[in-house]
Design a binder for this molecule. Structure first.
Ligand SMILES: NC(=O)c1ccc[n+]([C@@H]2O[C@H](COP(=O)([O-])OP(=O)(O)OC[C@H]3O[C@@H](n4cnc5c(N)ncnc54)[C@H](OP(=O)(O)O)[C@@H]3O)[C@@H](O)[C@H]2O)c1
Length: 236
């Protein structure tokens, strides 16, 4: 399929960025899209989909806000139907482990009649350094794993346990959208209930090497400066 570009939905996301870079390094042409690209792709605007998908045979698909969210299954079904109509042959869908909503969206892909691959990932460590949790780390307060992060960064990061409803209320007070409130509630009451605590052998089976462990991840993030608070301290 090197004759047509591979579509990457979520070009600047945690995995989309890396998938695009690695495909390009292997000599594949890519078309990375999201709401901010010039051929824009917005999951909430189906009118934006056909132009982004024109001339494409295969795609790496990351959904937003989360494949477990209530709208995901139908949206993925609509997306797969359009992909079939436009002549796409193979879709790779990023999914989440232990999430019923994500599983329903996966079935939507599997029933769509195209070749498919599902990458069913657990919680990304990069949420601590590239996502909404970086703010909690920089402010010195967050959830589990903080002892290891605190040791690596050299500044105190505390685990403050608060009732989930207080956390949701605080987010609501910051005008967070309802979809994010739903996602945070689902995350802390379902995804983090222990069902995903044991690593699987999937990474090793797929890549022929063990998954990166948390200490290696810490070492890599420290090298990027993502948790460097020197700028914040100067402003204080
Ligand atoms: N985070 C995890 O730990 C994790 C684990 C397993 C599975 N997953 C799955 O991975 C998928 C992606 O989640 P992620 O956390 O890794 O996010 P991500 O890929 O890092 O997503 C961030 C990107 O989404 C784009 N985006 C935001 N709203 C969009 C919209 N309406 N339409 C199109 N693009 C939009 C943004 O770019 P623009 O601002 O340019 O649009 C942003 O760069 C989700 O479906 C989730 O279920 C996540």
């Amino acid at each position: 399929m090197k004759d047509s570009p591979i579509l990457i939905i979520g070009k600047n996301g945690k995995t989309g960025l890396r998938v695009e870079q690695r495909l390009q390094a292997l000599g594949y042409a890519t078309r990375g899209v999201s709401r901010s690209t010039s051929a824009a792709f917005d999951w909430e605007d189906q009118g934006s989909w056909p132009a982004a998908m024109a001339g494409i045979r295969s795609a790496y698909v990351t959904f937003h806000p989360d494949l477990a969210s209530p709208t995901a299954e139908q949206t993925i079904r609509d997306f797969v139907a359009l992909a079939a109509e436009l002549g796409l042959e193979h879709l790779v869908l990023l999914s989440g482990r232990g999430e019923d909503g994500a599983r329903r969206a996966e079935v939507g892909l599997q029933q769509g009649g195209l070749d498919w691959t599902i990458v069913r990932s657990s919680w990304f460590m990069q949420n601590f350094s590239e996502n909404f949790m970086i703010e909690g780390i920089l402010n010195g307060e967050l959830s589990e794993c903080v002892a290891a992060i605190s040791e690596a960064t050299g500044y105190p990061v505390q685990y403050a346990q608060i009732p989930i409803e207080d956390f949701i209320d605080a987010l609501r007070g910051q005008c967070a959208p309802e979809s994010l409130l739903w996602l945070m509630h689902e995350l802390f009451t379902v995804v983090f209930d222990g069902r995903n605590s044991k690593p699987t052998t999937g990474v090793e089976e797929a890549l022929g090497r063990p998954a990166t462990d948390f200490s290696e991840y810490l070492r890599k993030v420290m090298a990027t400066g993502a948790w460097d608070r020197s700028g914040m301290q100067q402003q204080a």
